[in-house]
Design a binder for this molecule. Structure first.
Ligand code: HEM
Length: 385
């Protein structure tokens, strides 16, 4: 979006989004060829009505459920829900905790870059373990998942082609990798996610090997960078408003509420795309069948029509907190329980072990170059142990 094209604006986009919402809550952007929707009520409607606002993106993207509509989506989601249960996620807590502690043990001294030393490796290791990949393959996992979420450096055709080639290559390598894991599990079933996915069954229907592999690749793409940004955005708030460190240190029971407010205030995903399947009116604007719509969760989360009490203030006591940072409706984030658990444990460990966390240099922060993602590539801090 042209309004969000500089480093400073990418680091602080929310004021701009609020301005756009107040000025014209639904507007067509000719340069990008899409509709932008900013108000809470309208974003909610776009995400809720999957019949009018489709998630499909052409045949190539139809392989994973994020880009499917019912009935295909419903069937796939029900099957993976059987394996990706709240209990299976909760069982990961001790393991997530020990990974977080190890990462802090390795960061010697009184400085570290939160992104590279902590917030990036944590979800990558968790997902790699969840998918049954041995520890020595983690670096490959990390580079594959980076390629999956990488966006083109500029808008040229050449940049798109290049990035697409890299992505196809990564998907090919990942597919070969998971074929081997599936073969191993077929011979020796284990108490893990892949085995559960292989045996999940509804009315005699099972997931095909291809479905399982596509799903595993989706988990890497959907779960890594988002969780990294949740953790880093949480540390960012803690350093921007240092009194929160004392408050949470004294009262760690408030950490889950803190995580929810981080999700609302600094959402890792700020915008979600859909396509209109028929002519439809939103906020008295006429949208045509086939038009692309961008639903700005990052603007909706600060809409005073929904969050009456100072939406631009970070409020640890905010309750209820109906943010839409995990989406809404049938595509509501499948990994939300895992992301919440990782966010909670990561911040608990950081707050318990590191005191007086401070950002060391604001000038050097590099925002992630994507209109859909809110986060930074680095977050250097100093602290006392
Ligand atoms: C879907 C955000 C972490 C797996 C979504 C959607 C959002 C989202 C906004 C809906 C997209 C849409 O409606 O088109 C987030 C955020 C996360 C996070 C902010 C971290 C803070 C995770 C994790 C996993 C995951 C850890 C798995 C390991 C998925 C999957 C879907 C999804 C599979 C597709 C669900 C469907 O299409 O039915 N996520 N996500 N996400 N997410 Fe997450």
């Amino acid at each position: 979006m042209p309004e969000l094209d500089s480093t400073a604006k990418r680091l602080f986009p929310f004021e701009i989004l609020t301005g756009l919402r107040r000025e014209s809550p639904v507007r067509y952007d000719g340069a990008r060829g899409c509709w932008d929707v900013f108000a809470y009520e309208d974003v909610h409607r776009v995400l809720k009505d999957s019949r009018i606002f489709s998630s499909t993106r052409g045949p190539a993207a139809g392989q994973n459920m994020l880009y499917m509509d019912p009935p295909k989506h419903t069937q796939l989601r029900e099957l993976v829900n059987k394996a990706f249960t709240p209990k299976a996620i909760q069982d990961l807590a001790p393991r997530i905790q020990s990974i977080a502690e190890d990462l802090l043990d390795q960061a010697a001294g009184e400085r570290m870059d939160v992104v590279s030393h902590f917030a990036t490796p944590l979800p990558v290791i968790v997902i790699a373990e969840l998918l049954g990949a041995p520890a020595e393959d983690r670096t490959r996992f990390k580079s594959w998942s980076d390629i999956l979420v990488e966006s083109a450096e500029d808008l040229s055709e050449e940049a798109f082609v290049k990035i697409n080639e890299k992505r196809m290559q990564a998907i090919q390598e990942l597919s070969e990798y998971f074929v081997k894991i599936l073969e191993l599990r077929a011979q020796h079933p284990q108490n893990d996610l892949i085995t559960a996915l292989m045996s999940a069954e509804i009315d005699g229907e099972k997931l095909s090997g291809r479905d399982i592999i596509n799903f595993c690749i989706l988990l890497l793409a959907a779960g890594n960078e988002t969780t990294t940004n949740l953790i880093t955005n949480g540390v960012r708030i803690l350093t921007e408003q240092p009194s929160l460190q004392d408050e949470l240190h004294a009262n760690p029971d408030l950490i889950p509420r803190f995580v929810e407010e981080v999700l609302r205030y600094y959402p890792p995903i700020v915008a979600i795309g859909r396509i209109a399947t028929q002519d439809v009116e939103i906020g008295s604007q006429k949208i045509r069948a086939g038009d692309q719509i961008i639903a700005w969760v990052g603007a909706a989360n600060r809409d005073e029509a929904k969050f009456a009490k100072e939406p631009d203030r970070f409020d640890l006591q905010r309750s209820p907190n109906p943010h839409m940072s995990f989406g809404f409706g049938i595509h509501f984030c499948l990994g939300a329980p895992l992301a919440r658990l990782e966010g909670k444990i990561a911040l608990e460990v950081l707050l318990r072990r590191l005191h007086e966390m401070k950002l060391t240099s604001e000038q050097d922060l590099i925002p992630i170059q994507s209109s859909f993602v809110f986060g930074v590539k680095n977050y250097p801090i100093s602290f006392q142990r």
